[in-house]
Unconditional design. Structure first.
Length: 350
């Protein structure tokens, strides 16, 4: 029995030394496994208990429990010490003294002052606004907290349409919702303006989404709509080609598929060959080589009617550009979560 207790004490000395010198949490985890893991050294000792009297077993068991408790305490201590070290290092490298006026001549506190700049999504939004205003479009806006009518009803979503399901939409307790798309602004514009009209509506939208590399719960879209006496799919395609060529500075590979949206007929999905992986497949294009960037179509007669327009007199075309995805294509950004991460390392690249 004395042998086994001595063995446990020896383990304790070795384990304490290993913990004291561990450089990171991975090393700590390995040490824990080595000594008190299922297949660790303590388990081996305990296997020899069978040969002892019940009283001896009790004594060794007590020593084993004490050893385990001590080790766990040491591990916890070291874990928080390592974390503090990490925070201290971060505090040194990311230190900003807000009371100091940045001087263009001297590096203050050895931290080069960094001027703020426009977020990459807003940069692209601005560029698109320039392109569209040069083609006679007005920029319009609408509320982010919306009612069911503007987000769904007026856009020809039937009462039982699956997109009204709680899973896609954030509802407020007072019967409103966070707009799930900028198509709401089509309705707001039709209420305020008289056709013919051309509008774009960039803005923030929200979905009740499982967040991953290609899905966010908060993202940006830009809606576009033209209403005129005669509007065709040809007009729509021309608009979208202009948009993409201007943004990318060259022709990009696109494909058009039929797509269903209640507020357009016919409706299309315009996909772009993924520029992050050049069509080979990556997390951004969900390994398909193509990215949906521009769903679009001709405005459904029911939408025109809801706005008090006669579908015999007026026609429309609309598109809903996914701004985050477009910017990801522009800059080869592989994860949509970067945009709202607030990480300066990410933002400073643009
Ligand atoms: N609002 C749609 C969405 O967010 C996108 C969309 C599709 C907008 C077709 C349009 C359109 O204007 O014509 O999923």
């Amino acid at each position: 029995m004395a042998d086994l207790i001595a063995e446990i004490h020896a383990l304790e000395t070795r384990a304490a030394a290993a913990i004291a010198t561990a450089a990171n949490s991975e090393a700590l985890q390995n040490t824990a496994q080595e000594f008190i893991g299922k297949k660790g050294a303590l388990t081996n000792v305990m296997k020899q208990l069978g040969a002892l009297t019940p009283e001896e077993r009790g004594n060794v068991g007590k020593a084993a429990n004490e050893f385990k408790a001590k080790l766990e305490a040491l591990l916890a201590q070291k874990t928080s010490a390592l974390q503090n070290e990490r925070f201290a290092k971060l505090a040194e490298t990311e230190f900003i003294d807000l009371s100091v006026t940045p001087s263009p001549y001297a590096a203050v506190n050895a931290v080069t002052p960094f001027g703020g700049h426009i977020h990459p999504i807003a940069q692209t939004q601005k560029k698109l606004e320039d392109i569209f205003t040069s083609m006679g479009f007005s920029i319009v806006d609408g509320p982010q907290v919306e009612d069911d009518y503007h987000n769904f009803g007026a856009l020809n979503f039937t009462d039982d349409h699956p997109a009204r399901d709680m899973q896609d939409t954030f509802y407020t307790k007072t019967g409103y919702l966070l707009r799930t798309h900028t198509s709401t602004v089509q309705i707001r514009a039709l209420e305020r303006m008289t056709p013919p009209l051309r509008i774009i509506a960039p803005g923030r939208v929200f979905r009740y989404e499982e967040v991953d590399a290609s899905h966010e719960h908060t993202f940006y879209q830009m809606e576009g709509m033209i209403i005129d006496r005669e509007v065709s799919v040809g007009n729509l395609l021309h608009l979208m080609q202009t948009l993409l060529t201007e943004i990318f500075g060259r022709a990009v590979d696109v494909r058009l598929r039929p797509g269903y949206f209640p507020f357009v007929e016919p409706g299309f999905e315009l996909d772009m060959k993924c520029l992050v992986c050049d069509g080979k497949g990556c997390s951004v294009c969900k390994h398909s080589g193509w990215v949906e960037v521009l769903p679009c179509g001709l405005v459904h007669p029911n939408v025109l009617k809801a706005a008090g327009l006669d579908p015999q007199q007026w026609q429309g075309a609309a598109f809903g550009l996914g701004l985050n995805r477009l910017v990801m294509m522009q800059h080869g950004i592989e994860d949509i979560r970067h945009f709202m991460s607030g990480k300066l390392d990410f933002l400073r690249q643009f």
